[in-house]
Design a protein around this ligand. Structure first.
Ligand SMILES: [Zn+2]
Length: 206
C-alpha cells in the first residue's frame, strides 16, 4: 500500500513545486509565503510516513490467527513506531530549498542566443541556458538534470534512450561524467524550467 501512496504523494509534491513556480511568476507577496508551503510539505511527507508505518505494522501482524489478536498487534506495532518528523527528512530540506529558490527568484532573464544575462539588484552574471535536447537536437519540452554532471536532457528522450542502451553515457561532448546514465541520476529542476519559460516568453515578446 505504501508504494501506491508514495507515488500519489510524490505527484502532490511535484504539484506543490509547480505551484511555487507559478506563484513566483504571477503571485502576490501574500502567496509567496514560504511557511505555507512548508506546512503543506510537512503534511505530505507525514502521509507517506504513515503509510510506511501501517505497512510495517501490517507485516508484523498479518499472521495472527484471530482478528482480535491482529488488531491488538497492529495497533501495538503502530504505536511503537517513531513519530513523523518531516522537517528532519532530506526530502523536506531538498524540496524546501527548491521552493525557496523559486519564490525568491525575482530576476529578469534576458535572452541573447544560447547565453542569458541574469540581472538582480546585486549581481549580473552570464549563465548558459540551452533548451536544446542533446539527443534529438529539438527544443526540450520537459528538461531533467543529470545530477552527476549537471547536464540537461529531455525527460522522455533520455528515458527512452537508456532503455534502448543501458550503457549510455552523458551525450554532451567533453562531459567528464563517465557513469552510465541511470534513471536515478535524473532530477527535476523547476528553477531551470522557469528560466527557460521566462526566456521563451521574452523571445516571443520581442
Ligand atoms: Zn554530462
Amino acid at each position: 500500500m505504501a508504494q501506491l501512496v508514495n507515488l500519489q504523494v510524490d505527484d502532490a509534491i511535484q504539484s506543490l513545486i509547480k505551484t511555487a513556480e507559478l506563484v513566483a511568476q504571477y503571485g502576490g507577496d501574500e502567496q509567496k509565503n514560504i511557511e505555507k508551503f512548508g506546512k503543506m510539505l510537512e503534511q505530505l511527507i507525514c502521509i507517506k510516513n504513515d503509510a510506511k508505518k501501517a505497512d510495517k505494522a501490517f507485516e508484523l501482524s498479518k499472521d495472527k490467527e484471530t482478528i482480535a489478536e491482529y488488531d491488538k498487534t497492529f495497533s501495538h506495532e503502530l504505536s511503537k513506531q517513531p513519530k513523523c518528523k518531516p522537517k528532519s527528512t532530506d526530502e523536506y530540506k531538498r524540496v524546501m530549498e527548491e521552493i525557496g529558490t523559486l519564490l525568491s527568484m525575482n530576476m529578469e532573464v534576458v535572452a541573447s542566443g544560447s547565453t542569458s544575462v541574469v540581472q538582480d539588484d546585486d549581481f549580473e552574471m552570464e549563465i548558459e541556458i540551452s533548451d536544446i535536447d542533446p539527443l534529438t537536437k529539438r527544443r526540450m519540452t520537459h528538461p531533467v538534470k543529470n545530477s552527476i554532471c549537471g547536464h540537461y536532457y529531455d525527460k522522455s528522450t533520455i528515458l527512452e534512450s537508456i532503455k534502448v542502451n543501458p550503457r549510455l553515457r552523458c551525450p554532451i561532448a567533453g562531459c567528464g561524467n563517465n557513469q552510465f546514465v541511470q534513471k536515478a541520476h535524473l532530477v527535476e529542476d523547476p528553477v531551470f524550467r522557469m528560466k527557460l519559460q521566462r526566456r521563451n516568453e521574452m523571445n516571443e515578446n520581442n
